[in-house]
Design a protein around this ligand. Structure first.
Ligand code: SAM
Length: 461
């Protein structure tokens, strides 16, 4: 039986009334496991029960060892808590055009890649995380998903707030007291206190105030937490509306989804409780910023027309499909491709923010040799025809992901794209008697407890 803090019970019981006992029963049951499929990489639907509020979400009936499934590392799916997949509804119901969107508190990246799936090819996502080590994990997950129109940044909200009127949409998936995670993460229970709820609420308001100027007038703010209390939820939504100036917008929901409405009349918001919806605790609300047309941040004059002096040889540009749609440029000894339509925005972001990764990292020269990068291997724009491909079995794939040296029979020398079940996994450089493993050191599977049986999460269903 879960040992809940007395103060938590005192504060939460009145919110739930006669539903309290079923809530407690749900907290003591197992958490459901859910994944979201990357439709651009894995086109087939799965014969599994679907997450009703999301087009690519599925429930699994057990929790497999995802780490040992190569398709997980290939970016074919992401393990994501089901309730949080609800933000797709806000995107679908309100976002119709090419947009610039900021995911301010983005690591490890589940919501960023969901957003990347819903936005147009001409849209731009800035996915930001303030903690450096977490920003690297975010960048890895974004690269695995494969969308080129994403910039990963590592800034505090106040720095991004200086980009006046730059974004059409901002998602603040705020750091919170995590009451909705009690079932999944026991640490959340021991860290919980009334004081911490207060600190979280104040920090959330600070984050919101710091970022507010970066949202255009008429732009959307999607605010979410994984906690239940009203201070961090409806309370903050009211605060945004009254102090910052915004209108709270309703979302259309299906009654069958069993989503709990806001606890405050006149403030549309969407709550997920584990005894009613199959997922963890979640809260979200959508707001539209009021005010006059503002003057968005522009590129500085001296940067206008500035052209990269160096160009990437055509041979390497051909490593991606639709290369005409991209601009190729060097940065810190590496070559990148970024959508040409978004060059202006990229220039603004690079002059103002601490960028962790951007677009497609194509690779780097070592002497005359151009070493293709992992981000290229996993990009949705990879031109597979530009490489010799070698399909590998599960055992070899796991060895590759553990960054072991491989021996590939009857393959030519040079760079070879390894595929698993037809999906690109990464590169090796075949030197004859063995193949040098180019998998990024920081991404490798560290666990040595390799299971005896193959793990094929989406194939086995
Ligand atoms: N959106 C993420 C996802 O879907 O994978 C989860 C984000 S988590 C709820 C909140 C994030 O906010 C954490 O990654 C945390 O490091 C970050 N954070 C903590 N303090 C912050 C602050 N003062 N300003 C901005 N972000 C902060």
């Amino acid at each position: 039986m879960m040992n809940l803090p007395v103060d938590f019970i005192t504060r939460t019981k009145p919110l739930l009334g006669k539903e309290w006992d079923s809530f407690i029963a749900a907290l003591n049951a197992d958490s459901p496991t859910s994944i979201r499929i990357n439709k651009r990489k894995y086109g087939e639907g799965l014969d599994l029960s679907t997450v009703p509020w999301n087009s690519n979400g599925y429930y699994l009936d057990k929790r497999p060892q995802f780490t040992f499934d190569p398709l997980f590392h290939a970016g074919c799916y992401y393990v994501q808590e089901a309730s949080s997949m609800f933000i797709e509804q806000a995107m679908k119901q309100y976002v119709k055009e090419d947009i610039k969107i900021l995911d301010l508190c983005a690591a490890p990246g589940g919501k960023s890649i969901l957003i990347a799936d819903t936005m147009s090819g001409k849209s731009l996502l800035v996915s930001n995380e303030v903690i450096r080590s977490r920003a690297n994990i975010l960048s890895e997950n974004i690269a695995k998903w494969g969308n080129p129109n994403v910039v990963v940044a590592n800034n505090d909200p106040a720095q991004i707030g200086k980009l006046t009127g730059f974004f059409d949409i901002i998602l603040v998936d705020a750091p919170c007291s995590g009451e909705g995670m009690f079932r999944k993460d026991e640490g959340a229970i021991s860290e919980w206190s009334v004081d911490n709820v207060k600190l979280c609420k104040e920090r959330q308001q600070r984050i919101l105030a710091d970022i507010w100027a970066a949202l255009k007038s008429g732009g959307f703010l999607l605010y979410s937490t994984c906690t239940y209390n009203m201070d961090e939820n409806e309370g903050n939504v009211q605060w945004i509306r009254d102090e910052l100036g915004a209108e709270v917008l309703p979302l259309e929901i299906d009654d069958e989804w069993n989503i709990t409405p806001s606890f405050v009349e006149g403030i549309p918001a969407y709550r997920f409780f584990p005894h009613k919806t199959k997922g963890e605790g979640f809260f979200c609300a959508l707001l539209r910023k009021s005010g006059e047309e503002d003057h968005p941040t522009q590129r500085k004059k001296d940067e206008k027309g500035k052209k990269a002096k160096l160009d990437l040889p055509l041979e390497y540009k051909n490593y991606i499909r639709e290369k005409e749609r991209f601009v190729f440029y060097p940065k810190d000894d590496k070559w990148y491709a970024f959508p040409a339509d978004l060059q202006n925005e990229r220039a603004i972001l690079s002059s103002r923010l601490n960028i962790v990764s951007e677009g497609i990292l194509m690779g780097e020269f070592k002497g005359k040799d151009f070493i293709p990068s992992q981000s290229l291997a996993l990009s949705n724009y990879l031109n597979v025809n530009a490489f010799t491909s070698c399909e590998i079995d599960w055992k070899t794939a796991v060895a590759y992901l553990r960054k072991e040296a491989l021996v590939l029979d009857s393959q030519p020398k040079g760079y070879i794209l390894l595929t698993y079940q037809g999906k690109p996994l990464g590169f090796v450089k075949n030197i004859g008697n063995r193949a040098n493993n180019l998998y990024p050191q920081e991404w490798r599977i560290r666990s040595g407890n390799v299971p005896d049986n193959e793990v094929n999460v989406i194939r086995s269903y």
